[in-house]
Design a protein around this ligand. Structure first.
Ligand code: SF4
Length: 495
């Protein structure tokens, strides 16, 4: 088998062409991490992967890539930017031949936004070519990386994901499944993986199941994807989730499942339901839309308001706002119009326009607000900067009262499992009480969903989820925030 073609690089998003002018972040939200997809047994596997990545664009917008194989040769195309832009050149996709492909959308939670960090990572090992796409964050990658470097390993990227390929390449196990299993036994943290050789597709998930990973079936093959919305687009039937700690090996002989690691306490990322995943996806066994409505219902029970209308901060708060409206009986209105056509950052106009960075994203519909008492449902507050300005805009549009209701608890702690929150100091709720935040936002009332309310809304027993960014109970201790002794102890197994 030989590596025939690697294309793609250096796509420069249009805003960066105006590098001399200031680009600013559009909105104050935690950042998405990554999306992965794998296709086995389809004559146009790369096309399927491309469409899947397109559906998973919300999970990462800094880079995208696909690696495919026709059993003899492996083809790769990766680049920086949105999926559509990376694969824009005519013929790019058709050059990615074969019935096996994996794809990745990247947002850099670890490692810089550099060209060499775009995935899938493709390496030539003694046992042949291996490509890998990773969603999540490893908490012991620094230690492993240092050890491997001390032994002479040369790393090509600054991502934590690369330790996987080094561990796989060094393994003495005889097949790829065994080599991946051995790698999984050494890493800790959050990972949903797609891995391929020239003839095998592998999907794997960490033993706590932090990040989602779904398995689907079509006529002659299988698809794995971060979210089921990727399967809906191409008519693939969702079968089940890849289980925490499970390793799936898909070859011409079919699908083989192995439980690679002792099952640990389930710790699905609850933020996937609150904000990250698409509402039309089914993750952790439930539709996101349905769960978000439950958050809104619970929020209305915990924090009722005397008001005339309920509005959402679109789009991620829409369904929670509907839930709030249903439970409270207060009519739901579309009060804010969101501009969908701007990227993550935009160019600040040379003439300073007050609150331009929020206005470019949201515009209030004036007639809706005149003389009204308004409940604004927001899914989360990170720094509070966007919400403060939005409140001013809503008041200026004529609202008599503004009541903020948040369908998650106050975010007080950083995430080590693949979500990019700002530092603890920048999280408004880590240094201010709810009343202080209310005053800071200058609103008439402010209510956050409680941690108990959140856990019980997603799951009647309130079990099986990570909620560390709200309560500080980290399911897997990291090497960066704890002493070595604590870390070593934690590695014996998550609580
Ligand atoms: Fe998700 Fe928060 Fe846990 Fe990170 S700390 S995995 S964002 S619930």
């Amino acid at each position: 088998m030989r590596f025939i073609e690697k294309t793609g690089d250096g796509f420069i998003p249009i805003p960066l062409l105006f590098i001399n002018r200031k680009t600013v972040q559009v909105i104050d939200k935690p950042k998405e991490f990554c999306g992965v997809i794998g296709v086995y047994g389809h004559p146009e596997a790369a096309e399927m992967a491309y469409l899947g990545l397109y559906s998973l664009q919300h999970r990462g917008q800094e880079g995208a890539g696909i690696v495919s194989s026709n059993g003899k040769n492996v083809f790769s195309h990766v680049g920086q930017g949105l999926v559509n832009d990376v694969f824009a050149s005519p013929g790019t996709i058709t050059k990615l031949k074969g019935s096996l492909a994996i794809g990745h959308n990247r947002y850099s939670t670890t490692g810089s936004n550099a060209k060499e960090n775009v995935q899938p990572i493709l390496v030539n090992t003694k046992d042949g070519l291996v490509a890998l796409g990773h969603n999540g964050n490893l908490v012991n990658s620094k230690t492993i990386r240092e050890r491997l470097q001390n032994e002479g390993a040369i790393f090509q990227t600054t991502t934590d994901s690369e330790v996987f390929v080094h561990l796989i390449a060094r393994s003495k196990e005889k097949d790829i499944g065994g080599r991946v299993k051995e790698a999984m036994q050494q890493v800790k943290g959050a990972y949903s993986l797609v891995i391929m050789t020239s003839d095998t597709l592998i999907a794997a998930r960490d033993p706590n199941g932090f990040r989602p990973l779904a398995l689907g079936k079509f006529e002659d093959g299988f698809m794995v994807a971060s979210e089921t919305c990727a399967m809906d687009l191409v008519g693939v039937e969702y079968i089940r989730d890849v289980e925490p700690g499970e390793l799936l090996v898909i070859t011409k002989n079919g699908l083989r499942s192995q439980t690679t690691l002792e099952k640990k306490k389930c710790a699905h990322c609850i933020f996937e339901y609150i904000y990250f995943s698409r509402p039309d996806s089914r993750i952790f066994g439930e539709y996101v839309d349905k769960t978000r409505r439950k958050l809104g219902i619970r929020l209305a029970e915990e924090h009722p308001a005397d008001a005339d209308i309920v509005i959402s901060v679109p789009d991620s708060s829409n369904t929670a706002a509907l839930g709030y409206s249903i439970q409270s009986g207060i009519p739901f209105e579309l009060g804010l119009i969101r501009n969908h056509y701007i990227g993550r950052t935009f160019i600040q106009p040379q003439q300073v326009i007050r609150h331009f960075n929020v206005k470019v994203k949201f515009n209030p519909i004036g007639a809706i607000f005149k003389g009204k008492r308004v409940v604004v449902v927001e899914d989360s507050i990170v720094r509070g900067t966007t919400l403060k300005v939005l409140t001013q805009l809503i008041r200026k549009a004529g609202a008599k009262e503004v009541h903020i209701r948040v369908s998650s608890p106050p975010i007080q702690f950083p995430c080590y499992y693949g979500m990019d929150f700002p530092t603890k100091d920048e999280l408004i709720a880590s240094s201010m009480s709810v009343e202080e935040i209310r005053q800071h936002l200058n609103v008439d009332s402010l209510g956050y969903l409680s941690v108990d309310g959140l856990l019980h809304a997603v799951n009647k027993k309130g079990k099986g989820f990570c909620s560390a960014c709200f309560d500080g109970n980290y399911p897997v201790v990291t090497e960066t925030s704890f002493t070595k002794e604590q870390y070593e102890n934690s590695c014996q197994g998550a609580p």
